[in-house]
Ligand binder design. Sequence first.
Ligand SMILES: [Zn+2]
Length: 356
Amino acid sequence: MPFGPYVAAALAAAEVYLHVRLPDHVARATGAYGWDCWQQTLTTRPDATAPTDLSGLDLTGTALAGVGAVGTTWIHTLWATPGLTGDITLADADKKGVTTTNLNRCPLFGHASLNKAKAHEAARIANDCAITWHSHHNRLEALDGTPTMLISAVDTNRARDALQQRYPPRILSASTRDLRAEVLRAGPPGAGACLRCYNPPEPFVGDDTLRARARADGPGAVRALAVEAGVTEADVHRWLDRGDCDEVGTRLLTTLRRNEPEPPTRFAVGFTSATAGVLLATETIKTLLDHPMTPGSQDSNNATIQFLNPTAPVNHATRLGPDPRCPACALTNPATTIWQRRVAQLDVDGARRRPV
Ligand SMILES: [Zn+2]
C-alpha cells in the first residue's frame, strides 16, 4: 500500500526542512517515530489488523472538488493502491490551469502539464489503473447530481461553503495551514463539524467596487466583459452608468466576481499538502469500509498532523463538534434535516449491502 511510504517520505522531508530552515527551533525527536493511517495516530509500528488487500473496492459515487496540491496527492494515492475500482468525478475550475507555481506541490504534474486544465490533465496521467476518472473543467457544485461521497480539497472557505450547500451524505475534507495538515469527516449533521464550520467565507468585493473597477479598466475590458458574459457592449455601458439589478447586471456581476483573484495563497510546503492528500485518501477508503477514523474513539472525525514538533501529542484524531455560529448545519436550518435524511438513507443502504 502507498499510504505508509508516502507519509514516511513527508515526515522525512519535514525533518530536512526543520534542520535547514529552523535549526534552532526545537529539540529534535530522537529514535523512531511514525504515523499509522489506519488509526490516524502516532506510532512506531504499523497496525497489524489493517487490511492488506483492497481488491474490488468500488469508489463509484465519489467526487473530488479541487485538483491542486492536496487533490493531486489524493488521486496519486488512489492510483497507486492496488485493487481499487469504480467511477470517480474530478472537478477543478482554475482558469489558469497548471502553472509553474503548481509543479513543486502537485505530484502528478510535470512540465508537459503546463497550461492544461487540472482535472483533465490529472485524469489523463492517472488513467492506467482500474479507476475510471470523469474530469470536468468546472466547479463541482455546478455539475448535475449530488455525489454519494464528496471529497473537498479546495483551498478557500468560499469554495467550502458552496460545496457544503449540496449536502452530500458523506463529506470528507482536507486542508493545510502553515506546517499543519488536517483531515475531517464532516458530520454527523448537527453533531460533528461541516465544511462551513469554523470557515467563514472570505468577503465578496462589493457591487459598486466591481462596477467602478470595470469602468476604470477602459474600452478593451468592456468589450471582453461583454463577450464573456454574453451581452452587448451597449448593455455593459448601460449597466456601468446605472448599475441596474436586472438580468444583465446579475450576469455581469457574476462574470466579474468569477474573474476576481482568489484570496492570496497562504504559505505552503509540499510535505504538508502531500500528507493531507494521503490522509484524505485513507479516510476515503476507511469510510467505504465502515472503519472509524481511529479505533477506540468511534466519534473522532478530525485528524491533525503538525510538522513543527512531529511527535507532540496534538498530532492525533479527535472529535470536532459543530461551530455554534455555523448557519449551514444549524439544527434550525431545514437543509440540515435533508442532510440527516440522506445520511440515514445511505447508512440503511450500506447495511443492506454488507454481507451478514
Ligand atoms: Zn457547520
